[in-house]
Ligand binder design. Structure first.
Ligand code: URA
Length: 451
């Protein structure tokens, strides 16, 4: 096979065979196909799209391009939740211990901050000593002891994605539903999952902002998961504003701990509701309950009983983390400097450009400019208002935390533009905007396929 023939074929809109796609994925993982040819093929795939069979073949080839985790040794149903990326989205820190407390195994391979969105690994590494880089053997041992392990991708897991993702980043070919699907699903399926719940974001803070694009991606991922024999469901959820009232690293662990301790705060209700819905689906797919709604109820009982907090604390300890800060999260929060942002006029909070709000969080130091840079564990934003809140001129809208005062000017300018106060309240969209399952996926693949 010759890469140039496969580029021409895709460029002309033809369908590649599974063997041809396997050749490309293997060439990416082994470095035997030059980057310029991989990049040209990616652009052709971005512009022409892929058939369902091609997405399936690409996902499978990438999944098996390196080592895979064998979850059958755990003797439990292995389930995970994955989000397409959000602002203030700390649901992983809640759903993983809830599902583990319900008797499921949660091998959760997570990522770092990407663009304007936060990363679960960066949040967990704000806990002193928490090791995210475990070998698969070490992850297995944590799963056996605790039931949940949140780790980073190992060097040998899905190497084809590492190469292709970096190329996509440099060639403006990230936002393709087909390539996003293969990238996410190859990593999730390499973790040996029996069940997977996807949180596909839509709205001003999502990578795919338009609802029809998010629906198509959700259906594509459910289709790909089901073809691989993993029970998959996707919730389409609102990312028009940060989830909960903290966005950053440690402050997100802090907000999660409050919910794990059974506390309620009106500003955290959306986070609590979404976490329970996602955990409900995990419990349902894992056969713990008969319906997702019953799963939600069980998840709520587990959360309020403190069982999930117990698992979370055990998981932190098993990863080498210091559990002392978990008991006093407010005292542990030691940002260098903080600054309030106050409303310039009265009215109602009518719109948030949530992508800009996410960039403000990252630029305060919660994210990185270049891969490999350290992040500030205490940087971030605490919000005092949600969409629809009545606002009085001069009232604090949020507090920014950072390591240095010189970091405030850009986030402040971003936030001033991102937060729109209007005379009248506006109608908010529902938190959960759709559910794609094995049963209804075909409908969305048919009606919204952009090609
Ligand atoms: N996250 C991934 O892992 N891959 C993508 O392509 C997009 C988001």
């Amino acid at each position: 096979m010759h890469p140039v023939d496969l580029i021409r074929k895709k460029r002309d809109g033809e369908e590649l065979s599974a063997e041809e796609i396997q050749f490309l994925a293997q060439g990416a993982a082994q470095g035997s196909i030059p980057e310029e040819q991989l990049a040209a093929w990616l652009m052709a795939a971005f512009l022409r799209g892929l058939s369902l069979a091609e997405v399936d073949a690409l996902t499978t080839a990438m999944r098996f391009s390196g080592e895979v985790f064998d979850s059958s040794t755990l003797g439990k149903f292995a389930v995970d939740k994955h989000s397409t990326g959000g602002v203030g989205d700390k649901t992983s820190l809640l759903v993983a211990p809830i599902a583990a407390a319900a008797g499921l195994a949660v091998p959760m391979i997570s990522g770092r901050a990407l663009g304007h969105t936060g990363g679960t690994l960066d949040k967990l590494e704000s806990i002193p000593g928490y090791r995210t880089q475990l070998s698969l053997k070490e992850m297995e041992s944590v799963l056996t002891k605790v039931g949940a392990s949140i780790v980073g991708q190992t060097q040998d897991l899905v190497p084809a994605d590492r190469v292709l993702y970096a190329l996509r980043d440099r060639t403006s070919t990230v936002e393709s539903p087909y390539l996003i699907c293969a990238s996410i699903m190859s990593k999730k399926l390499a973790a040996g999952l029996n069940g997977l719940v996807l949180d596909v974001k839509t709205g001003s803070g999502a990578f795919l902002r338009r609802k029809e694009d998010a629906l198509f991606l959700a259906a594509l991922m459910v289709e790909t998961g089901e073809r691989a024999g993993t029970h998959t469901a996707a919730l389409l959820t609102n990312m028009d504003q940060p989830l909960g009232h903290m966005a950053g690293n440690w402050i997100e662990v802090w907000e999660s701990l409050e919910l794990l301790q059974g506390k309620r705060d009106p500003l955290s209700e959306d986070l609590r509701e979404l976490s329970l819905a996602l955990a409900g689906w995990m419990l349902f797919l894992g056969g713990v309950t008969r319906t997702a709604e019953e799963g939600r109820q069980s998840a709520e009982e587990i959360l309020t009983s403190g069982e999930a907090l117990k698992v979370f604390t055990q998981m932190v300890a098993a990863h080498g983390g210091d559990t002392t800060p978990l008991g006093q999260p407010a005292q542990f929060h030691k940002p260098g400097v903080s600054k309030e942002l106050c409303a310039e006029r009265s009215g109602y909070l009518a719109h948030i450009d949530c992508t800009a709000a996410g960039w403000a969080v990252q630029r305060l130091g919660a994210g990185r400019e270049r891969a490999g840079e350290p992040v500030d564990p205490f940087a971030g934003i605490e919000w005092y208002v949600k969409l629809g809140s009545p606002i009085k001129a001069g009232q604090p809208l949020c507090t920014m935390f950072s390591g240095q005062a010189s970091r405030f000017s850009e986030p402040e300018a971003l936030l001033r533009k991102a937060l729109v106060i209007a005379d009248k309240p506006v109608e908010e969209g529902p938190l959960i905007q759709g559910i794609i399952t094995a049963e209804n996926r075909k409908e969305f693949l048919k009606t919204t396929n952009p090609s």
